[in-house]
Design a protein. Structure first.
Length: 76
């Protein structure tokens, strides 16, 4: 499935997220549920496109089938 790449992370952040994800719980269901009422289209896209998601430093990041992380939602 094709996806937008506007939220791809830097190589350094990619490596950091890979390390964090190795020990972190998958939070994909959490972000899908969170967005289901306020952004239902984005919620469905995350559910369809990404394999797993994690929370780190105020943002949800999700990883696609190619192993690329994308920032999907931040809270300030």
């Amino acid at each position: 499935m094709s996806q937008k790449t506007e939220n791809l992370v830097s190589d350094d952040l990619q490596a950091t997220l890979d390390r964090i994800a190795a020990a972190a719980a998958d939070r994909k269901d959490e972000i899908v549920d969170l967005l289901s009422s306020e952004q239902p289209k984005k919620s469905r896209q995350i559910d369809a496109v990404f394999n797993r998601c994690i929370w780190w430093e105020g943002c949800y990041y999700c990883q696609d089938e190619l192993g690329q992380w994308q920032r999907v939602k931040c809270f300030m």
